[in-house]
Design a protein around this ligand. Sequence first.
Ligand code: FO1
Length: 308
Amino acid sequence: MTSGGSVVVLTGGVGGAKLALGLSHVVAPGRLSAIVNTGDDSRHLGLHVSPDIDTLIYTLSGLVDPGRGWGRANETWGFMEALRAIGGEDWFNLGDHDLALHVERSRRLAAGESLSHITADFAARLGAGVRVVPMSDDPVATRVITDAGDLAFQDYFVRRRCAPRVRAVRFAGAEDARPAPGVVQALADPDLEAVLIAPSNPWLSIDPILSVPGLAGLLRDARAPVVVVTPLPGGRAVKGPTAKIMGELGLTLSIASIEDHYRGVADAFLLDDADPPVASPHARCDTLMITLDDRIRVARAALDLARR
Ligand code: FO1
């Protein structure tokens, strides 16, 4: 079963890529667009790093390392070993094949191409089969304000393994950013039948997307309902620091807090079987996505809810 209308998914890292892969099996070819968080982007070793875009492209094209959920399968690490031997920064791991993508993206950005254009080209060349659209071509940098200071995202997430206590999250540069052209195009499609918010971290992965001026308005004006897939099934985060951050921000670990967070953006919620009901329209299923069949099941349930 494939759907006929177009579908947009807002996504961050590993969890969002799993849903996008499921959607790619049930949405008609050429009708799925993924709007991707670029708040995690940074410069590292002089290269432009776009982790959530790369995680999505590698996942959709079957190249991702299934254990880590990021980077490439069958990767080799000669570059990192050589870097370590000369005392280089080795806390952020760039595999040899992944490095090629980073070097080429950085070269093309320096030559004046937009991140959107380069991303679309890489997605097509690697066989992602989905329109992969950065939230913006303008720089937006997620800053995590913690008890250990105001940290760049990868410093907080990778180097310090999310250990510092989070006090607030902000998105530097967001006020001057514009939605990328592909974002406007995807959300204005008259055939749009669903906008899904993937089960990515609402504070770290989805909020940067919503922080781009005009983007939340495009969601509200879109002709399709916005459906959130629960990022906290049964009150527990599947992977990553969602539950930890919610506790540190003084929030109750429940789907009700997620509903509050997305108020004014979401029309409906796809809950996990273990979640209590919410006041908003909702449906439920087993949202754990381990196998490809799981991902397809969750994608179908979210689309069914949007169509209802
Ligand atoms: N995550 C890690 O936990 N450790 C790493 O060394 C690391 C390197 C890395 C390199 C390229 C890339 O695209 C992703 C990478 N990630 C790494 C994952 C990344 O930090 C996260 O996926 C996100 O930014 C959160 O969504």
